[in-house]
Design a protein around this ligand. Structure first.
Ligand SMILES: *[C@@H]1O[C@H](CO)[C@@H](O)[C@H](O)[C@H]1NC(C)=O
Ligand SMILES: *[C@@H]1O[C@H](CO)[C@@H](O)[C@H](O)[C@H]1NC(C)=O
Ligand SMILES: *[C@@H]1O[C@H](CO)[C@@H](O)[C@H](O)[C@H]1NC(C)=O
Ligand SMILES: *[C@@H]1O[C@H](CO)[C@@H](O)[C@H](O)[C@H]1NC(C)=O
Ligand SMILES: *[C@@H]1O[C@H](CO)[C@@H](O)[C@H](O)[C@H]1NC(C)=O
Ligand SMILES: *[C@@H]1O[C@H](CO)[C@@H](O)[C@H](O)[C@H]1NC(C)=O
Ligand SMILES: *[C@@H]1O[C@H](CO)[C@@H](O)[C@H](O)[C@H]1NC(C)=O
Ligand SMILES: *[C@@H]1O[C@H](CO)[C@@H](O)[C@H](O)[C@H]1NC(C)=O
Length: 813
């Protein structure tokens, strides 16, 4: 910590350097012209005209950004919706008429300068032309009364765009009824207001709402509980985040005041509707994502627009259903999906009863909730005809004797999978006859091409039969050499072609899950055992985050993974490396992953099973850390990566990915899951990662095994069950548990579903080990070998201290 702080202070000191060519204030006599900028007293923030990065550079906006952070991170925009077309004749000035701050310049519509943005105070409020504008060191642009500098007439913190910096707020001005809300940019290149916004509950509750189209709430924080918001217990105060709800007779606000103003953080409502919190890491010169809400992109309402389908497993979350195309291809390439999809050929609704429209089935989708139920329809056929009858009916679904239909545009369609918590339904989407024909002809074309291909091969084969005999012989010889080379490299592993694995997984049809690095599919492969060939079930992982890794490097890395075998590690059976398609083949674990067994309602693992799992995982990790030739840091220890075999023995999955995926690894970790719940503090601070990072994550998993619940959930429910005190109502579970362990009350920490059916000695051991594992200082955490010994009861464990970072840095997830 002290190291980062020191670096941050060093960076802050840079800011004292006088800014060259920048003004201190804007007034009627001294306007800001063209490229000139206004810089805050200590040089932290800069105000001026900018053109969004990546855009064509012909639209200019008044904006505020960090002066000393490369890459111009914009925190405020004035003329969001009305850009200037040139910088040269633009001017930010205090109006001589009414004292307002205004931006004047040419636009696409008018070459002579016009007012594109104004502080827009009614003239009775502003006393005259002596007003001055300045930018403060917290990033606030203020317009102050010329005669009285403590009278702030207007400030940008009252009109936020999509970003909150410390000391800024969202909330309500009770006197004027005005709301301060964050509104997303339309996309990364267009600061105009997007469809998502974030503000306080208009009904007066101390809760933050995330809204689509300023009306429909898709995510909420829960009410303020004094220390944190009810649904975000993990975001309790810490050294980075001191979010507070404040209510006075004049206003109510959510505001984040830093403890330490050398740390640079910001929260932004992303164009895709997620709130994201970032911290600037001076060591890596980059913004590190700390937290997102909602966690899953598809939980953002109507992210993919009308008729778009959200698929959390896809590389990009949005796609159009068959027969549909994006309304605006350009917007889609900028990840602005809100325009949605439209039919490639329009419906031909025939009133006279002749059927010209048909239906296309979309399997396993989460149905939009704005449906109407048709009472009369008793069968799927009747349901379909009920929909056909109305020209505005767009889709229907029939299940369990109930017929539902949708009128108007369909929003919030979501693709579900076998492993989803709730099963999906089949949705029948209306398409014109033409549209359906087009779909079929595309299929036929594909078939046709395949046929010609096969025919071509046969013809060529016949024609060149003489030559090919000789050639084939040569090829066979070469192949043999190749295979033997491959065998040297990849000793235990089978090498599969793309076709092999596609066939084995039935064209990747049965998806088991989606992890940080790609989707996993179930498959069946034939293996030879002596003279017999047997069918074995496998799990095929299609890697996504690999970038353009060379074939040779991939083979080398995979072959070292193939050598690692331990009873508590999932076995790698083979791989496929064909061009950009890289796949790993693992043995199949019928019971799935630990999170399913541990957190799902109804299931309850016995204490015996839990303790065996703790020991098994500890042994597996100890083997990775100490037993292999090269220490292997897993980097992503969490219940999703712990699989269970038939005997409930745990097997760690996904080890070795850190090396395989290389530099992109930490990015994949933070962006894929959007939470740092299992990650050690050193991940956040940007220090090098050692095996002790796994120890930390293992400690977090131990707590979850003990309590049977996600650490990220508050423990208020537990208290309702009468197992704890009630004075501090919500807190991050491990903090609370660590305190209980210290007080000797380990019984209170155990999963209530076990009804006290635990081994007290083992419970105490597990609790103590967990606490030691999540210590801030790497040196204080035990090694995995020590953890194994402690859990086995071979060594005695002292009472651990409560980890300090948990109360500060890491509680933020
Ligand atoms: C603004 O700055 C850019 C690059 O520094 C320069 O090319 C351009 O001429 C400047 N424009 C004006 C109006 O000063
Ligand atoms: C100023 O406020 C009026 C009404 O309050 C509004 O119609 C107008 O668009 C605003 N102008 C600007 C430049 O914001
Ligand atoms: C502006 O300031 C000057 C000098 O301080 C003062 O004489 C003048 O009355 C002020 N004008 C207004 C409109 O306040
Ligand atoms: C200056 O403005 C502040 C804030 O509006 C006000 O409280 C104070 O009385 C003003 N001072 C004078 C001298 O007008
Ligand atoms: C968004 O809200 C406005 C006003 O509430 C409404 O007129 C409009 O139809 C809504 N847009 C969509 C796409 O539903
Ligand atoms: C956190 O913010 C609140 C409200 O702004 C403030 O009263 C409190 O002192 C802050 N805490 C720290 C430790 O800075
Ligand atoms: C933050 O910076 C300001 C300006 O330098 C200073 O006055 C203030 O004391 C600092 N606050 C803390 C908590 O360091
Ligand atoms: C129904 O209407 C369509 C188009 O308007 C027409 O082509 C068709 O002949 C009509 N069918 C009947 C049975 O009238």
């Amino acid at each position: 910590m002290s190291l980062i702080t020191a670096t941050l202070i060093a960076l802050a000191c840079l800011c004292f350097a006088p800014a060259v060519g920048a003004a201190a204030t804007v007034s009627a006599r001294r306007p800001l012209r063209g490229n000139d900028t206004l810089v805050s007293a200590q040089g932290k923030f800069e105000l001026g005209l900018f053109s969004p990065a990546g855009s064509s550079g012909d639209r200019f906006y008044l904006g505020i950004w960090y002066k000393n952070i490369p890459g111009q991170t914009i925190i405020w925009v004035g003329n969001r919706a009305s850009p200037l077309s040139a910088v040269a004749s633009a001017e930010l000035r205090v109006s001589a008429d009414d004292g307002n701050l205004e931006l004047v310049g040419p636009t696409v519509a008018s070459t002579s300068p016009v007012v594109v943005w104004s502080s827009n105070l009614s003239s009775s409020l502003s006393p005259g032309s002596n007003n001055t504008a300045e930018i403060r060191d917290n990033g606030n642009l203020v317009l102050v009364d010329g005669g009285n500098s403590s009278n702030v007439l207007w400030q940008s913190f009252d009109h936020p765009t999509d970003t909150l910096v410390p000391e800024a707020w969202i909330g309500e001005n009770k006197l004027t009824g005005e709301y301060q809300a964050l509104t997303s940019w339309r996309n990364a290149q267009d600061p105009a207001s997007g469809v998502f916004s974030e503000t306080l509950d208009p009904n007066g509750a101390s809760e933050v709402f995330y809204m689509w189209n300023r009306s429909r709430v898709y995510w909420r924080t829960g009410v303020w509980m004094g220390q944190a918001f009810a649904r975000l217990p993990e975001a309790t105060k810490n050294t980075i985040y001191n979010g507070t709800y404040v209510e006075t007779p004049a206003y109510r606000r959510v505001i984040n005041v830093l403890y330490d103003n050398a740390t640079i953080t910001r929260s932004v409502l992303d164009p895709t509707g997620q709130a994201q919190m970032y911290i600037w890491m001076p060591t890596s010169q980059s913004w590190q994502l700390l937290w997102t809400g909602p966690m899953l992109q598809c939980d953002v309402y109507a992210l993919c627009g009308a008729f778009g389908v959200c698929d959390q497993g896809g590389k990009l979350p949005c796609h159009c259903p068959p027969g549909f195309a994006p309304v605006s291809e350009g917007d889609w390439t900028l990840n602005d999906w809100s325009g949605g999809c439209c039919r490639s050929s329009p419906l031909t609704c025939a009133h006279n009863g002749s059927r010209t429209d048909g239906f296309l089935m979309l399997p396993d989708v989460k149905l939009p909730d704005d449906s109407l139920t048709v009472g009369a329809a008793q069968s799927k056929v009747e349901c379909e005809s009920a929909c056909v009858k109305s020209c505005s009916c767009q889709a229907y679904a029939f299940s369990a004797g109930e017929c539902t239909v949708w009128y108007g545009e369909l929003r919030n369609l979501q693709q579900l999978y076998l492993d989803s918590d709730s099963p999906g339904s089949d949705l029948y989407l209306r398409l014109s006859e033409r549209g359906l024909q087009d779909l079929h002809s595309v299929d036929r074309e594909k078939m046709g091409r395949k046929l010609w291909f096969v025919l071509g091969i046969i013809l060529a084969g016949v024609a060149a039969v003489g030559a090919s005999v000789i050639l084939a012989w040569r090829i066979v010889l070469a192949r043999r050499r190749l295979v033997s080379m491959a065998n040297e490299n990849v000793s235990f592993l089978a090498v599969y072609s793309y076709g092999d694995l596609r066939a084995a997984t039935k064209d990747f049809s049965e998806r088991l899950g989606h992890g940080s690095f790609g989707s996993v599919y179930r498959g069946v492969l034939k293996r030879h055992k002596g003279d017999n060939s047997i069918r074995v079930q496998v799990a095929v992982k299609k890697l996504e985050s690999l970038g353009r890794q060379g074939d040779k490097q991939f083979r080398t890395e995979v072959s070292t993974l193939g050598c690692i075998q331990h009873v508590n590690l999932v076995r790698l059976l083979g791989f496929c490396s064909s061009g950009d398609d890289k796949m790993l083949v693992y043995e199949y674990m019928p019971r799935g992953s630990l999170d399913g067994l541990l957190f799902r309602d109804g299931a309850c693992l016995s204490w015996r099973d839990r303790y065996c799992i703790m020991l098994g995982v500890a042994r597996g990790l100890a083997y990775l850390h100490h037993g292999c030739r090269e220490c292997i840091i897993h980097c992503d220890v969490k219940p999703e990566n712990i699989l269970l075999d038939e005997d409930m023995s745990p097997r760690i999955a996904d080890f070795g990915m850190a090396k395989l995926v290389g530099r992109d690894f930490s990015r994949a970790l933070t962006t894929m899951r959007g939470t740092i719940g299992y990650l050690a503090p050193e991940w956040i601070s940007g220090q090098p990662i050692s095996a002790k990072a796994d120890v930390y994550s293992f400690g977090m998993v131990l707590f979850e095994l003990i309590s049977g619940r996600r650490n990220s959930k508050g423990y208020s429910e537990l208290e309702a069950a009468g197992t704890g005190g009630s004075e501090s109502s919500l807190t991050f579970f491990p903090v609370w548990a660590a305190a209980k362990v210290l007080e000797g009350e380990v019984g209170a920490v155990a999963d209530p579903r076990l009804r006290g059916d635990v081994m007290p000695k083992e419970l105490e051991r597990a609790c103590r080990v967990a606490c030691w594992c999540i210590q801030d200082e790497e040196a204080q955490r035990p090694t995995m070998a020590q953890v194994v010994q402690a859990l086995e009861g071979i060594v005695h464990i002292q009472a651990p201290p409560v980890p300090r970072t948990l109360e500060h840095l890491v509680t933020l997830m």
